[in-house]
Structures are given as structure tokens and as C-alpha cells.
Design a protein around this ligand. Sequence first.
Ligand code: SAH
Length: 269
Amino acid sequence: MGRPLEPGERVLLVDSRGRRYLVELAPGGEFHSHTGVVDHGALIGVEEGTTVRSSTGARYTVLRPSLADFVLRMPRGAQVVYPKDLAPMLLLADVHPGSRVLEAGVGSGALSLALLRAGAHVVGYEVRDDFAGRARANVAAFLGEAALDRYRVEVRDVYEGIDEHDLDAVLLDLPEPWQVVKHAERALRRGGTLVAYTPSIAQVMALREALAGSDFEMIGTQEHLLRTWHVEGQAVRPDHRMVAHTAFLTHARLLGPVPGGLKAQAPLP
Ligand code: SAH
């Protein structure tokens, strides 16, 4: 038996053509679309996978949204990081339950959601007060109020410095990540990771130059192309359209010289 859908929950309605709509269930609420009306009353108390009909007879299947469904449909101010890039960013930053992470800027909170869902404790720096509020609201909406215990957003400019210490990872999605390299060197633990998401290759070049002159090592840049497939009978081929570009991911580990460490010892005879 599944857990019945409750008032206050966000649910996904999927129509017969696969289109998805995010709906917050409220007693007495109604979902309106070009196919008429679905009463929330028909959705509250049912199990995921239930199919209901709108006032004109159109079919909708209801289920809880995945994180990917939610970030693509949640209220946004800034452009969000798409699921295709969220997944590799989590592994490049090696995020795990209990990881201590600094994220800047926070924007609408898509990356925050992925980090928190993976169990991280997240401090976000965001210059825009309205975006900080939006991100907090999105986190509470999808992960619940309890997730806010692991999530603090400060309205401030990360180019001016980072107050945290011994961080496991710093994740950046803002115009000039190279301005953060010096601050990240002081804020990360040795072995900690920096990951930056940048749409333009000119940003990659400037960041790579700053990293080359820093204590970061194991530096790399990659991009992820996602090609979906059309699979129907004998017609099995890549879809005609794909998103050609979102951003480059640049990553590095903080190492640098260890005082009195192996690197400093005399070579073996
Ligand atoms: N990764 C976010 C989107 C971030 S958009 C998501 O997935 O939802 C980039 C954000 O960086 C914007 O909200 C912008 O206000 C913020 N920003 C730009 N410069 C900044 C700075 N110097 N310090 C902190 N935040 C900054």
C-alpha cells in the first residue's frame, strides 16, 4: 500500500500526451487547463498512479514529483542548473551525507535541492534577497521544513570572502568564479573540492588560469551532452532535437604543498 496523497503536498499530473504539471494540493482547490478542471478533492487521499478525469473527460495520472520534475517546474527567478548537470556536479564535488558545502550564487535553489537531497549541510551566499527567499521556499516545498536545519542562505557577495572553514566542497554558479579561488583555498579542507558551472568558454579560461596559479590540483573541465532516444516499434533512433549546450563543469581538488609532508622529505637514496 502506498502512502495516500495529502493536502499541502506537491504532486505531478501527467496527461495522456505525457505533459507534466506541478500542483500543490489544497482542500477545495482546482487544477485548470485547456482540458477543463480537475478537483483536488479527486486527488487527495488517493495513491500514486491513480488516474482521474477532468471535467471534459481528459485523463490525468497523479504521482509525487521526482527531484528532476520539481526543479524543472518550481517557481524560478534565475536560470536553474538542469538535472543533466546536477547529477555530475554531485559526484564531482563528492557530496555525501554530512558533507559541509558552500554554494554561490544560490539563485532559485535547484543545486541547493540536489545537495540537500544528497545529505549535505549547505551554506549559500546569494547577492539577491528575493532569490534567497525563493530558494528557501523551494527547498521547504520539496524537502520539507526540516531540511532548513541543514540550509542557511546569507545575502552577501562571495567575491568578498568566505567565512566558513574546513568545507568539503565549494560549488559555484555565478559570472566570475575566478574571483572565488583565493577564498575557496582558505575555506576548504585539504583534499576538498571546487566545482564551477560556467556557460561560456571564456569563463573557463579565466577560471583555469586562476586555478593554475593556486594550491588547487587535479584540475579538469568537462561538458555533458544528453541525447534522448525515440523508441517505438521499428522506429528506434535518437530524438531529432537536443539541448546542445548548458554549461561547462570545471573541477579541482585543494592540495598544495604539505608542510613537513611527503613532498617535503628528501628523496630516497
Ligand atoms: N545554481 C542556481 C542558479 C544560480 S544563478 C540554481 O540551480 O538554481 C546565479 C546566481 O548568482 C544569481 O542568483 C545571482 O544573483 C547570484 N550571484 C551573482 N554574483 C554573485 C556573487 N558575487 N555572490 C553571490 N551570489 C552571486
